[in-house]
Design a protein. Structure first.
Length: 123
């Protein structure tokens, strides 16, 4: 079971890195008014020209492969709830790398996720 938990954690780490890279890249583009199809296309073109988006895609692809290995070796009823750790990784990563605030409600929600994961892992 420890091996499966480590695989899921590694997978979620790669996925979180991808999400942070996506957010940092799109933040750097500025604000697009996405009400017309032309601006959607322009936004997509701008995003896909950024190297960090591709690094994010690769990070998420590695995370997906590791996730598939974890699924092949463990029960979905264990692997999937442990995958919820991604919410926690994203919360702290966004705080560290994007200067997002962690308020009381986010802290409480994170605590509840940890409690739920713990209950499932020990059952």
């Amino acid at each position: 079971m420890i091996k499966i938990i480590l695989l899921v954690l590694l997978s979620e780490l790669f996925m979180a890195v991808g999400h942070i890279l996506f957010k940092k890249t799109t933040n750097a583009l500025g604000i697009f008014n996405l009400r017309r199809l032309q601006t959607h296309i322009l936004f997509l073109k701008e995003v896909l020209m950024r190297p960090m988006i591709w690094v994010g895609f690769m990070s998420m692809a590695v995370g997906l492969v590791i996730w598939l290995v974890a699924l092949a070796q463990g029960d979905l009823s264990l692997v999937f709830p442990i995958g919820s750790l991604q919410y926690i990784l994203i919360l702290f990563s966004a705080h560290i790398f994007l200067n997002e605030k962690i308020d009381k409600m986010k802290s409480l929600g994170t605590l509840l996720v940890v409690l739920g994961i713990t209950l499932i892992a020990v059952s």
